[in-house]
Design a protein around this ligand. Structure first.
Ligand code: ACO
Length: 363
């Protein structure tokens, strides 16, 4: 048995390949560098969905259909009651997502693509006592997501930054949330159920819950001179450094560099961002040196979450919404994997080895 199923191949996929030794991510025949910063999120949704829905429209009709789906799901924001407002942002978004009907067709899929952007904005604004802002179906997904959360039109640079982020995280092999989504899809429960499984797995701090704590770590460190002592103390307590380490990558996560480029581009013309970025780089350098010294046999490198935190902070998303923004991008991958599983896969049902006591019988 492989602990944590490490190294186990559990599916064949045409969707993406994570090459952990080379630090390379391929999404449907394109390298991450060809996609991130060069295309919109809707274009990547189309790339991932191609072949999995017979009625998938070409661009720009798909962008318009996702816009209409945002307007459609906005009706569910009315269900954001006092109980849901007391939950964390991801829990409230998950509860709203659970109200969407299940099914396997394109209409269900597009509502699921649309919903995280609409619900994340509404839940975040509700947390600040602000009314939700209705979607503008005529905008692109990234621009409307930013507009709904900020209450103002984003700049072209901000929209490009969020598009780069959503594209960068849209799919990543058989990560924990995608595996969870495929398991549920294999039971034929429907795409909404599969996506809910994905969100639930993503929420954990070892997966998509890490970037909020990255900001907490940077804020607690405060200045570069404090980094080494703070990081050493955290490791002495047995804590893990958020934004470092990966199950598959043994070299630097290529998404970290894609997102660092996006933050750098966003920082041009800003008075604040270059300083924040330089501070984060100093913390990253210190963390990598310390991890190397403490774990010489395990190559622990920067993962996607470190620069996710910087980019989403620069885009003014509140840290408790970061995991939802990750879900906004990854939802396309979950849906494509669920459709792929349905098309060719059997029920996923591994076995466990019983290591408990044998039944005792009275003499
Ligand atoms: N900080 C300190 N030590 C670490 C870290 C870290 N970030 N990551 C791994 N290690 C240590 C482990 O404690 C372990 O040490 P041990 O052998 O003495 O027990 C050793 O390195 C190997 O770690 P594993 O737990 O076997 O690695 P695994 O592949 O299971 O975990 C994971 C990968 C969960 C990402 C891990 O590196 C981690 O917890 N990182 C911090 C959280 C994080 O950044 N999560 C986001 C991941 S990216 C994503 O999912 C989108």
């Amino acid at each position: 048995m492989s602990d944590g199923l490490e190294g186990v191949i559990a599916a064949d996929t045409v969707l993406s390949e994570v090459d952990g030794a080379a630090g390379r991510l391929v999404i449907r025949g394109r390298s991450l560098d060809q996609l991130s910063g060069h295309t919109t999120y809707e274009a990547v949704v189309r790339l991932l969905f191609d072949g999995f829905f017979t009625d998938l429209p070409a661009e720009p009709a798909l962008t318009a259909a996702i816009g209409r789906a945002r307007a459609e799901v906005f009706g569910h924001v009315a269900a954001l009651d006092a109980d849901l407002r007391r939950l964390s942002t991801i829990e409230a978004v998950r509860a709203l997502m659970a109200r969407l009907p299940d099914g396997d067709d394109l209409a269900v899929a597009l509502r699921l693509v649309a919903a995280p952007a609409v619900f994340t904005a509404a839940v975040s604004r509700a947390g600040k006592g602000l009314a939700p802002i209705a979607p503008d179906p005529g905008l692109g997904h990234a621009a409307d997501a930013l507009r709904m959360i900020k209450g103002a039109a984003p700049t072209a640079a901000e929209t490009a930054g969020l598009d780069a982020y959503l594209v960068t995280v849209c799919d990543h092999g058989l990560n924990a949330s995608t595996f969870a989504a495929r398991v549920v899809a294999s039971t034929r429960a429907g795409l909404t159920s599969a996506v809910l499984a994905g969100i639930s797995a993503l929420k954990g701090p070892l997966h998509g819950g890490a970037p909020g704590p990255v900001i907490e770590m940077l804020d607690a460190i405060g200045q570069p001179g404090n980094a080494r002592a703070w990081l050493e103390a955290a490791l002495d307590r047995g804590d893990r450094l958020m934004g470092f380490g990966h199950r598959v990558y043994r070299v630097r996560d290529p998404r970290a560099d894609a997102l660092k480029r996006a933050v750098t581009a966003l920082g041009q013309g800003s008075n604040v961002l270059p300083g924040r970025l330089a501070f984060a780089e100093a913390v990253e350098d210190a963390a990598l040196q310390i991890l190397k010294a403490r774990k010489p046999d395990r190559s622990l490198q920067t993962n996607v979450e470190f620069y996710t935190a910087l980019l989403l902070e620069a885009l003014a998303f509140p840290p408790d919404a970061f995991t939802c923004v990750f879900g906004m991008g990854r939802v396309a991958g979950w849906i494509a994997h669920a459709r792929e599983q349905l098309a060719g896969g059997r029920l996923i049902r591994p076995q466990s080895r019983y290591v408990g006591p044998e039944p005792r019988f009275a003499a």
